[in-house]
Design a protein around this ligand. Sequence first.
Ligand code: UDP
Length: 237
Amino acid sequence: MEKRNQLYEGKAKKVYETDAQGLLIVSYKDDATAFNGLKKGTISGKGIINNRMSNILMQRLEKGGIPTHFVEELNERETVVRRVSIVPLEVIVRNIAAGSFSQRYGVVEGEVFASPTIEFSYKNDELGDPLINDYHAIALKLATVEELETIKRYAFAVNEQLKSFWKDCGVTLVDFKLEFGRLGNGTIVLADEISPDTCRLWDSRTGEKLDKDRFRRDLGGVEDAYAEVMKRLTEHL
Ligand code: UDP
């Protein structure tokens, strides 16, 4: 398969058209941003880890009955994915209070929920990705009622599978962000990435943060944390 023109460059990935109908190539960068692009930096080797980790997790989820955009890993930074139109929602599932949830509701970080929560943000950089509910998403025509039902069902199923998988690796899945897309025929599939950029992952024993919060909060050891979760993952394949 041949790479053609660049379609899009995002914060962490570039997307290219290909000579194959309905297929794109994503290329993972080492660039990191936080706080809606206000904080910028580089996490050396991150693109390689996120590409590999996301592909491993998507393939497992696919086996577990979740349709995804994953097609084939090309090399350490590039992957072939199905072309989708992204549903402009950030779908956030949480098991433990952290980050914006803790801030917004005044809940101490680390409080474990009786059952997982879900929330949506409207993907819109100018507006700063505002939190919205299902009815807002429908009013804004971001998704249909049926699509939202499918997205929520998949998101909670992804949570159960990832939680149990990470637990075996000695890692607690605190929360994560998913994005979904529509194939040409309207089918909803999991898209974007699943990585330490998009998940909060805490060492189950020590509580040490092994994710992008090390970058957001200037905790140091960012590269080591990404390498550590990747190592845990590959040891438990
Ligand atoms: N998240 C993400 N992209 C975003 C916002 C959040 O991947 O634009 C992930 C984040 O890494 C965390 C989860 O979604 O695992 C919940 O993030 P939260 O709403 O607490 O926002 P934050 O505190 O990161 O601003």
